[in-house]
Ligand binder design. Structure first.
Ligand SMILES: [Zn+2]
Length: 384
């Protein structure tokens, strides 16, 4: 992260009371460099100093505050079912949030028209001045070339492999700001690392159980970002012994091919064709919670598979915290509870005791918030 972003974070965390000494302690940036950075931010109007009377002898402490209205960021999360939008101010308070259904992909033009409409609506309804918009972040349930800002594919909403939609270039032209696009696998952990209950935890694993199954990793404070065709830290396509099902990626036996929301419904229809009430993953989960034996047999298998995937992720990345999210994760949900039980059957107790496990408190706007944050890191750092 740039010096400017590190200083801004320290000032934001100080909640209006951060002195230069606090900033240096928090960031470890050399004093001279830090002072120059603070001066540049003061000069640009991104932070301001609260003048306070000297207490006793010595120089007065001057607390610094973020000027929250100085810049805004739009975060867009294009998911399989819904597209969620947030607008954040410079203090990273969310001043606008909205969700609409993601339309099935029918070509670049209607897709871009949908994105224009979504961003236009966010800018209009949040009433921010256009010149204060500093960047747009996009999170996509799919493959994204983050260096060129191109969506390579998004199969869950019908965007085929190698369609290569240049979202950063097209949106950048229209709105006159930098646009940064990543896969949801990066946006979700970015949000948790900066804004979640385990913010600052340097080894963090996020798990998203919804239509697809995703994961994200912060390892030693570094966010892992997948490239198209080169996914890193991706639980959904881990191979699970005994799983015979063919995945959308073409492999046989991926976790997502069994436990993804749509896959669970397919499994239910194949095994129990008479059960027309198993319409979606939630219906199956609720039935299982109420004691339904058919639903339980499906989800018990899913829980074993989920746990195998999660245990492997724990072996690979040794997280200190695991944050669950996605439509399939509810504190009292049958599959969620059974998955945790199966994890306990695999891991030695002392390994699990050191990992904090929870469901995200950021809710369904987690990835939109992460996308806004990543755009801020990229563009605030470049220009200030
Ligand atoms: Zn797969």
């Amino acid at each position: 992260m740039s010096v400017a972003v590190q200083i801004m974070d320290a000032i934001r965390h100080g909640k209006g009371n951060a002195s230069k000494k606090d900033i240096q302690e928090a960031t470890g940036i050399a004093w001279g460099t830090m002072c120059k950075g603070v001066d540049a931010l003061l000069g640009g109007g991104y932070v301001f100093a609260r003048r306070e009377k000297a207490q006793g002898r010595g120089r007065p402490v001057i607390p610094l505050c973020v000027n929250s209205d100085a810049a805004y960021y739009v975060g867009l999360d294009i998911g399989a079912g819904f597209t969620r939008t947030v607008v954040c101010n410079l203090a990273f308070n969310t001043i606008y949030m909205n969700e609409v259904e993601t339309p099935h992909y029918h070509g670049k033009e209607p897709f871009m028209a949908f994105l224009f409409d979504t961003v236009d609506t966010a800018l209009r309804e949040s009433r921010i001045e256009r010149e204060r918009l500093d960047g747009i972040g996009i999170s996509v349930s799919g493959n994204v070339d983050f260096e060129d800002g191109v969506i390579v594919s998004g199969r869950n909403f019908g965007l085929p492999w190698n369609e290569n939609v240049p979202v950063a270039a097209v949106l950048g032209d229209r709105y006159g700001v930098g646009v940064y696009a990543v896969t949801t696998q990066a946006a979700a952990p970015a949000a948790e690392y900066h804004f979640g209950t385990m913010a600052g935890c340097r080894n963090l694993l996020t798990l998203g159980f919804g239509v697809g199954i995703g994961s994200g990793v912060v390892s030693e404070g570094q966010l892992l970002i997948s490239r198209p065709g080169r996914p890193v830290g991706h639980i959904g396509h881990m191979l699970i012994s005994d799983n015979k099902r063919v995945c959308v990626c073409g492999f046989r036996g991926c976790l997502e091919a069994y436990s993804g929301g749509n896959s669970l419904v397919q499994v239910a229809h194949e095994r129990f064709p008479a059960r027309t009430d198993f319409t979606d993953a939630r219906a199956i989960d609720l039935a299982a919670g109420a004691g339904d034996a058919d639903a339980r047999s499906i989800l018990d298998t899913a829980a074993v598979y989920n746990a195998a995937g999660i245990a492997s992720m724990i072996q690979l990345y040794v997280p200190d915290a695991i944050i669950f999210g996605g439509g399939q994760c509810r504190e009292d949900g049958y599959l969620y509870r059974r998955t945790l039980e199966e994890i306990r059957n695999i891991l030695p107790r002392e390994r699990l005791e050191n990992i904090k496990v929870s469901i995200t408190t950021l809710g369904k706007y987690q990835s939109a918030l992460g996308a806004a944050r990543l755009a801020y890191e990229k563009f605030f750092g470049e220009t200030k």
